[in-house]
Design a protein around this ligand. Sequence first.
Ligand code: ADP
Length: 401
Amino acid sequence: MSDQVLVINAGSSSLKYSVVDESTGATAATGLVERIGETEGSLVHRTPSVETRVPCVAATHAEAVGAALASFHQHGPDLESLGLAAVGHRVVHGGSRYSEPARVDDVLLAAVRDLVPLAPLHNPANLSGIEAALTLFPGLPQVAVFDTAFHQTLPPHAYTYAVPHEWRAQHGIRRYGFHGTSHAFVAGEAARLLGRDLRELNLIVLHLGNGCSATAISQGRSVDTSMGLTPLEGLVMGTRSGDVDPALHAHLARTLGLSLAQIDDTLNRRSGVKGIAGVNDFRELERRLADGDEHAQLAFDVYCYRIRKYVGAYYAVLGRVDAIVFTAGVGEHSAAVRAEALEGLDGWGITLDPTRNAASAHEARVISSEEASVAVLVVPTDEEWHIARETMRVVRRARGH
Ligand code: ADP
């Protein structure tokens, strides 16, 4: 049986795709269709030997998948001769129902549709991607891998919000957590790097990308995570505020007359690092920091301080911590963020080695000092590879091997 999985990540106006070798993580091709539904869009298609970038007007996700297939025909690799084994879909919200990836069928499609109120931007897009792939690859098994699934192990005291029973029981109001594919993948890779069994480790994983989340992992299971009902809660992010006083909405509605939609949009798209410094890309933030920009400095300080607070909280949650793991764009590349976020925690056995921290490398590595009792690691995330592996796990289970 082939190990090649087509991984599809359909966002609200974009579609990422890749063909991933489940056993090695190598990609035969990756691509991105952007600005779906608009009159001007683009498609980038990369193989190990070529990168092509063309205008691409796709009215729907189905057209975007069609355009991706046309790129495979034109620029390779030939999907027929690769012999795809399955299609794996990233689905953002699986609610309380999915703690595992699952084969796409009518029941799953209905469940993902029922969860649209909890993920109004993401789940409809994910559904469109699945429906397009069902039409274009009718002969292949298709699997949904949920961002929320890894966090279904949270105990009730961690996932329950202190709100009325009716909201919780009838409307699904609770912490779900997101970035689960990344946290699960990175935890496994961290155990491999340490040469230890994941089931004997307590980890704090810090996923710092455009979206940011922290997860406390005990014996391979997520026991608390910073994102909540939606991906807005927790750490400060590129454009998202993270934690604010929940009375902020009522205050702004009363004093500025803002609608709930305006407040929601502002907290999601115009807050976070962007809200404080005016830019959300961390490379630009670091350039401005170097130029002495005081807004950039404040954004950096608030961002790192919030991470440190969560590290402290999750240290208390876990009782003993074996490793703190940084991942995703900022976590993998910003030595300054890693140093500032963990500053002053030497008393807890958390000490970075400045040379190791500053070294730029693309492999998983240890950046703590020799004498530190808590290992600090940088582990590159690979959500596509994780989705490919989970997809094949479901396909093999269905085949009984
Ligand atoms: P996503 O959450 O969309 O997957 P990524 O994990 O790609 O995002 O992270 C994107 C963030 O990582 C951006 O803020 C980007 O500026 C930052 N980033 C990428 N490379 C670097 C780098 N070399 N130094 C600092 N920040 C970086």
